[in-house]
Structures are given as C-alpha cells and as structure tokens.
Design a protein around this ligand. Structure first.
Ligand SMILES: [Zn+2]
Ligand SMILES: [Zn+2]
Length: 89
C-alpha cells in the first residue's frame, strides 16, 4: 500500500496524476509510475494531499522497514554489551 512519506495519505484507486509529457490522466500507483500513454517513467510522485514530492519507492516504505532498523540498532548494543562482559571475564 503506497503511503505519502510526509503526511501518510494513502492514494485510492480514484486518485489521478497527469503526465507532464502527453497530459494523460492516470493512477501512477496502478501503472508503477509509468505513463500508460507515452511510457514516461516518473521518478518522483507528488502527494495530492500535501503536495510533497517523493521518489516513487519512498511511497512504499513500510513500518516493517523501520522496525528492522531499530531492531538492528538494538542488536548492535547487545553485541557491545556482550563484548564488555567477555572482557571482564
Ligand atoms: Zn505520458
Ligand atoms: Zn502527503
């Protein structure tokens, strides 16, 4: 589910973007950021709600991704603690 990285708006099926090359109106998330008329790929997608412009893949960042990052950081801390313990022994 795509989501605006700025405001959290989730585009539904009726959300439409306009190709700035051929003016075709289409849903960019249904076509994978590609204009169905001229084949232009849009690297950035503008949020229709807050107007922020983000790279297409940023719309697909999921919470899981952030949890993975936080988890990894915690794991690192545990490792450092473990090393200290070993050192004391
Ligand atoms: Zn186009
Ligand atoms: Zn937004």
């Amino acid at each position: 589910m795509p989501r605006c990285p700025s405001c959290g708006w989730t585009p539904n099926k009726s959300a439409k973007w306009q190709c700035n090359k051929c003016n075709t109106i289409f849903n960019t998330f249904e076509t994978g950021g590609i204009c169905p008329q001229c084949g232009e790929f849009f690297k950035k997608t503008q949020c229709l709600f807050c107007g922020a412009c983000y790279p297409f893949e940023d719309w697909y960042e999921e919470d899981d991704f952030f949890y993975e990052k936080i988890k990894k950081r915690e794991d690192d801390d545990v490792t450092i603690f473990g090393e200290d313990e070993e050192f004391r022994i």
